[in-house]
Design a protein around this ligand. Structure first.
Ligand SMILES: [Cu+2]
Length: 496
């Protein structure tokens, strides 16, 4: 049976077998700096935050001046030095960007992790702008908030709007390796009844109860009838490191335009973004423009981003921007304070439990710049598989180890990935190094969003297309739920 230890040691063994990649990192300091932009230093650090009135030691990715992450401009090179200031190896993935494969930040795939006290340099062109993020791909560090915004401004960004980044995270006082051990033992998991082997659980059976459920109905519903989400019981949900007991309060001007850049950096948690009385305009997902969609709430799966334009009403008022955990009442958020209105305390529980995320919005999204229509040169079918009871997660029934052969792709091909979720849980699937387009949901073709992470709910079939335009190398493809990834729901593509 696959254990976390075998995955981790396997990854280390794999990185040890890639000595040539070490040379791709740490080029001579200043070797190519010349007159070009200076390198932005990003320090991997321990830092302390307060959660539920208690101190918490977490990680952070900060510039020497304290700035979390990076804000830069499209067209500039991404010239960064990562300095590892923590006491274990680490490596940072630039989620959604398209660097050369050795700079993609996946330990054992792109290169070795950076040892404590070491550093690595990155330098590649930024092909597009938008809302991205960075996070550790090493072990379970992401659960300890080793993540930060990565914002690339472009011509879409109007000078007359205030930009507000909202970074969502799930937090536990339990150490991440203990969370994983308990998941493997079945502790703390809402176990669906009678789910033995890798048997598909009917999506309709597991979500219909929630969709229809009143609170009373929910309370009576058996575990099997609840949506199979939220298998980790978190202590808190954070928006910009804070809970609603002490939320970030952001000054805005009545009548002003705001661009919300919402980043779901949670390890395991998806949300419904609730804008309250304000109607927002969704203009991009995962950094890529979509035909605008107006609504007061929007779903966001793990690792996804939403760019939402708002116009603040002219009356002085405070406007909570909330993220309600899917299938639950727990919520987090920030408060936009316009004018001199009092800021009301927002409870940490919503009045009603929310539903599990669906593909309703995904199926309505349309890319502003879709891929050029073209027949696929290569199609890979990837069944999302697993065993909830043993907490083994896999692709095509193979839990990843470094000896799993990569799936082939070739330069210049149009590749389609047919993802079929044969488990009872939703999986947000992420492809590294290539933006993709959602082109089919359950047999219906359409010109959907261009993005880097797409949710595949239980029982559903989602097809994505991408151009194999970032050779050579080996690229990760995985479920972005941290403990699913850690359990083996991961594979690679390799240019052949
Ligand atoms: Cu998953």
């Amino acid at each position: 049976m696959l254990t976390r230890r075998t995955v981790i040691t396997g990854a280390l063994a794999a990185s040890a077998s890639f000595p040539s990649i070490a040379q791709a990192q740490n080029p001579p300091a200043g070797g190519q700096d010349g007159n070009a932009l200076p390198r932005t230093i990003l320090q991997l650090q321990r830092r302390n935050i307060g959660v539920n009135g208690k101190p918490a030691s977490v990680y952070g990715i900060r510039q020497p001046d304290g700035t979390l992450g990076i804000t830069t401009d499209v067209g500039k090179p991404f010239r960064v030095r990562v300095e590892n200031g923590i006491d274990e190896p680490s490596l940072i993935h630039w989620h959604g960007l398209t660097p050369p494969w050795q700079q993609d930040g996946v330990p054992g795939i792109s290169g070795p992790p950076i040892p404590p006290g070491g550093n690595a340099d990155y330098d590649f062109p930024l092909r597009f702008g938008g809302t991205f993020w960075m996070h550790s791909h090493q072990g379970l560090q992401e659960q300890l908030l080793m993540a930060a915004p990565l914002i690339i401004r472009d011509q879409r960004d109007r000078p007359d709007q205030q930009e507000i980044v909202v970074m969502l995270a799930d937090f536990s006082f339990t150490p991440p390796d203990q969370i994983f051990t308990e998941l493997k033992k079945g502790g703390g998991i809402a176990q669906p009844a009678a789910q033995g082997g890798a048997t598909p659980v009917s999506a309709k059976a597991s979500t219909a109860g929630m969709a229809k459920g009143s609170m009373a109905g929910m309370a009576k519903a058996s575990a099997a009838a609840k949506p199979d989400v939220n298998d980790v019981k978190y202590d808190a949900f954070l928006a910009n490191d804070r809970t609603l007991a002490d939320p970030e309060i952001i000054k805005v001007e009545p009548g002003e335009r705001v661009l919300l850049r919402i980043i779901n950096s949670s390890s395991m948690s998806a949300y419904h973004i609730e804008l309250g009385a304000i109607e927002g305009e969704l203009i991009a997902v995962d950094g890529f423009a979509v035909v605008p969609v107006k609504a007061r709430n929007f779903p966001i799966a793990v690792a996804q981003r939403l760019d939402i334009r708002l116009v603040i009403p002219r009356m002085p008022a405070s406007h909570p921007i909330l993220a309600v955990l899917e299938g639950d009442r727990k919520q987090t958020g920030v408060i936009l304070a316009a004018g001199n209105a009092p800021v009301a305390r927002i409870p940490e529980l919503a009045k009603m439990p929310s539903t599990a995320l669906t593909l309703d919005l995904e199926s309505r999204l349309r890319a502003v710049r879709p891929l050029i229509p073209r027949k696929a040169d290569r199609v890979h079918t990837i069944n999302l598989t697993g065993d909830m009871a043993k907490y083994i997660w896999s692709l095509n029934n193979v839990a990843w180890t470094p000896s799993v052969p990569p799936l082939p792709i070739a330069n210049g091909e149009r590749v389609e990935l047919v993802m079929v979720n044969r488990t009872g849980m939703p999986h947000p699937m992420h492809l590294h190094g290539h933006e993709f387009q959602v082109v089919e949901i359950d047999g219906k073709r359409f010109s959907g969003a261009v993005r880097d992470t797409v949710l595949v709910p239980p029982g559903r079939r989602v097809v994505i297309a991408f151009d194999a335009n970032n050779p050579p190398g080996t690229w990760a493809f995985h479920c972005h739920l941290l403990y699913h990834l850690n359990a083996g729901m991961f594979t690679t593509f390799r240019y052949v």
